[in-house]
Design a protein around this ligand. Structure first.
Ligand SMILES: Cc1cc2nc3c(=O)[nH]c(=O)nc-3n(C[C@H](O)[C@H](O)[C@H](O)COP(=O)(O)OP(=O)(O)OC[C@H]3O[C@@H](n4cnc5c(N)ncnc54)[C@H](O)[C@@H]3O)c2cc1C
Length: 429
């Protein structure tokens, strides 16, 4: 790396990663008048391996900052009803019937559109800067304090010096690795085959369809132009599925989801069917002087329940509530402030990860295993719960909001740092 080619920038908060956690934090800080730079490795938000579900917790957060109705003007679908197989046939229920919220549904929206929407909103604030195609490779550290990052941009190396650096760079977080943090892994018995098939007018109208049977568990997400399919397999089972051949997989898929049977013929090459490793893990410590990790960088979420985006956004809200005012006024950020963010989020994260871990074990029991095929039926006791909205509201609330859902505490600060804030403060140990 040539030092002479480096360009240097100073900011108050440098957020690494333009996923749900990073984009939302950048917006919430920008609203408070904090000078914030958001660095995203990719040149756009179009990536395949992203979830698309926004739960009521996220919609309420957006409502609190006046964005929910505008977001709902974008192309989306609302999911209320779910169908599960039982011993006596299929049973459909409204999961959110007993939930008290303005948004008793799951919004399914392309995550790329959602991220564009959030970052466009952030651009309204002159104290916000977004760098796309900016891959962070190094942390700037002085005397054990993180003072920013070095990244590879479109036109060479650049440096951002910052009062606070936030790693929101997802499950394979480079920032986490550079900081020397090692996540504690919780065993995960499943992986996911992730592929797309074409969509036709006459296809089922479900925005989020789940099909179980013949030893497979499929989730089909309507992305309007095509269907994104997630097919759960047992961890380590990919080799066996490959050995059985593409025709065998196509036949099994067609049996489970006959409405799409002819579409599975589009799968002609294994390259179309990447296998995604499902992981659940979390850090013991989310911070060190000058650095905070949030979202999947701090706690990797399983796709189960489609909650990861929403928990990442809740982390952003808490970080902005705890740190925003201090950053906006130039008050030094102590490590105990960073610890406070972790303290507020730790219990909800542990709770949902326990739920995901148990859920994964249940799913694993229903999917393909080496002995052959197993049918999956929802137990009778669970079925009883699904029929009573007031009882159903308990798991619905947990799934939609989790424990201790945060609210946006800080109001919008119209003036920008250039006009009224103090110069960057130095984080202390
Ligand atoms: C197959 C699958 C399906 C899922 N489906 C859902 C779902 O439907 N609903 C749901 O709520 N959750 C889902 N999840 C979980 C969800 O994707 C994550 O929990 C969520 O995206 C976490 O958000 P984040 O902002 O922390 O990280 P991410 O969304 O991973 O965003 C991190 C960002 O950082 C960027 N980045 C990475 N490294 C660098 C770097 N060095 N420099 C700069 N930028 C960098 C990345 O490009 C990315 O944009 C799914 C997960 C998987 C694996």
């Amino acid at each position: 790396m040539s030092t002479s080619a480096q360009l240097r920038e100073e900011t108050i908060c440098c957020v690494v990663g333009g996923g749900p956690a990073g984009a939302m934090l950048a917006l919430l800080l920008a609203r408070q008048g904090v000078e914030v730079t958001l660095l995203e490795a990719h040149r756009d938000f179009e990536r395949d391996f992203r979830g698309d579900t926004l739960h009521a917790s996220t919609m309420e957060i957006l409502d609190e900052i006046g964005l929910a109705d505008r977001l709902l003007e974008l192309r989306h679908a609302k999911v209320r009803h779910f169908t599960v197989p039982t011993k006596g046939g299929e049973f459909t229920f409204d999961l959110f019937a007993g939930l008290r919220t303005r948004f008793p549904y799951i919004v399914v929206m392309a995550q790329s559109r959602f991220l564009e929407f959030i970052t466009e909103e952030a651009k309204r604030y002159p104290n916000f800067r977004l760098a796309m195609g900016a891959r962070v490779e190094e942390l700037l550290e002085e005397d054990g304090v993180v003072r920013g990052v070095r990244y590879r941009g479109r036109d060479g190396w650049r440096e951002v010096r910052a009062t606070l650096t936030v790693g929101a760079d997802g499950r394979f977080s480079k920032v986490r690795r550079l900081a020397g943090f090692d996540p504690v892994k919780i065993s995960s018995p499943i992986d996911v085959l992730w592929f797309r098939i074409s969509r036709r007018e006459e296809d089922p109208k479900e925005a989020l369809a789940a099909r179980m049977g013949s030893g497979l568990f499929l989730v089909l997400i309507d992305r309007f132009d095509y269907w994104q399919v997630g097919c759960t397999i047992l961890k380590g089972g990919y080799r066996r599925i490959r050995d059985a051949g593409l025709e065998g997989l196509r036949r099994s898929l067609a049996r489970v989801a006959p409405e799409w049977a002819d579409r599975f013929d589009e799968l002609e090459d294994w390259k179309q069917i990447p296998v995604l490793s499902v992981e659940i893990s979390r850090l013991k410590r989310w911070h060190k002087p000058g650095l905070l990790l949030i979202g999947d960088a701090a706690h990797v979420m399983s796709p189960l329940g489609g909650v990861g985006i929403n928990y990442a956004i809740q982390d952003a809200v808490v970080a902005s509530n705890v740190l925003g005012k201090k950053l906006a006024t130039g008050t030094p950020i102590q490590e105990r402030d960073l610890a406070e963010v972790q303290r507020r989020r730790e219990l909800p994260i542990r709770a949902i990860q326990t739920f995901q871990s148990l859920g994964q074990r249940g799913v694993a029991r229903g999917v393909l295993n080496s002995e052959g095929e197993r049918a999956f039926a929802v137990p009778r006791l669970v079925l009883l719960l699904l029929k009573i909205p007031r009882l159903l509201a308990i798991p619905a609330r947990f799934l939609s909001f989790g424990l201790r859902p945060p609210h946006v505490e800080a109001g919008e600060e119209i003036t920008t740092r250039a006009e009224n804030a103090s110069p960057p403060s130095v984080p202390t140990r």
